[in-house]
Ligand binder design. Sequence first.
Ligand code: HAM
Length: 478
Amino acid sequence: MVEIKTPKPKKSIQLLRGMKDILPEEERYWSFINEKVRSVAETYGYGRIDTPYLENTSLFVRSIGKETDVVEKEMYTFEDRGGESISLRPEGTAGVVRAYIEHGMLNRPQPVKMYYIGPFFRYDRPQAGRYRQFNQFGFEVIGEDHPVIDAQLMMIAYNFYNEIGMPVSLQVNSIGSTETREEYHKALIDYYKSRKNSLCENCKKRMTKNPMRLLDCKEEDCQLLAQDAPQIIDFLDEDSNLHFVQVLEHLDSLEIPYTLNSRLVRGLDYYSGTVFEIWPEPMEIHEEDVNIEEEKKNNEGKKEIKEEKTEKEEVIKPGSQSALGGGGRYNYLVEMIGGQDTPAIGFACGIERLIIEIKNRDLKVTQKNNPDIFVAQLGDLARKKSLKLFEDLKHEGLKVAESFSKDGLKNQMEMANSKNVKFTIIIGQKEIMDDTILIRDMENGIQETIDFKKIIPELKKRIERYGVKEMNGNNHNI
Ligand code: HAM
């Protein structure tokens, strides 16, 4: 007898650690943010730039700095088939500056303002809001040193969050010129010399390599020491000081609230002068969040509890580790990469972190292309009639959704709800006989029967009325 072997089930291949699939139900957050970024860019005159995901490794080593965490530990670097060392871009500024030089943008009217949205890669330790492939949108202004540019850029960043209803704080500092930092480094080393034993191992190394990074170490003992460390603001040279004072004056006249944060130094070496970050304001803890925490504690150690958590549970701790975005001046970078001495400033924001915050705070996300109407049907005749109606509605410029393969009304109403439509129109057996149609207002649940022939003008009228109502309401829509 022939023995039949059952094939061994193949182990399924899983997502790489630190990576994230963006599923269709997430799409509305992404298009909302994309749309908002595009509209801000248009308002303030930024042109879109897309640089390659891969660049020569030396671009990042030279700009971000050899001794930074990003270059030392987090870059995806490898040799291509031609033996050249290339890296997946860990951030966007270096590539934009390379493109500025390479395409002779110095000869265009200055400043050149550019924005980008796209994926970046850092081999970071994954945790809430921290991924190995993540997305940023960023704005860069190259070729102008005026303090008004710094203030306006911070205002753009601050207002971006404000307008979507996200409470944030703007943290501001200046790290001055190269000379400022040389003096400051000496003072920091002096301060930490006698306290070296209390520092974590990483910070002991940072003392010689990159002393300013001692200030934003997350270890508790190091944070305590940082509190009494000398402050860079006391070391600013005259020009840096004047520039910073003027930036703050502009922020005051724009009525943008900010926090002076003398320990804000940023993690990339190319910065000089103004630096800033956007931090989410801590969230109020609700009872349900506490329950989730309790449940997590109770389940600790149980194997079957998956590492993966729902987004609602993904709570990011406050502080600079959780910054939604950050940026600053990089007046030396163009020259460092091989261009002429050109001042510049920019910022970038993490999109995944923003989406986690939007979800946790239940902020309203609306989309330009969200359907307004759902077409539901019951029975074969109704299906045929609504199939044609759907096309007619589209032809009239109305935004419609459907689920023609579904039969039950319950299923279809669930679908309509999930699509957040304003109206559902329903054709059943009775409506076929009477040549009528039901129109249901999804906000208040009121249903009316109307003449089938009047459905298009009726929907148009109602949607227009709805638009006016939304404009008058205080929704955080854009
Ligand atoms: P950054 O502070 O390294 O700055 O990154 C900006 C934002 O990207 C962070 O505030 C965070 O929201 C997000 N981000 C960074 N790493 C991750 C990660 N592993 N997972 C999820 N989100 C992350 C820059 O990249 C500079 N290029 C900003 C800039 C533009 N400076 C001047 N111009």
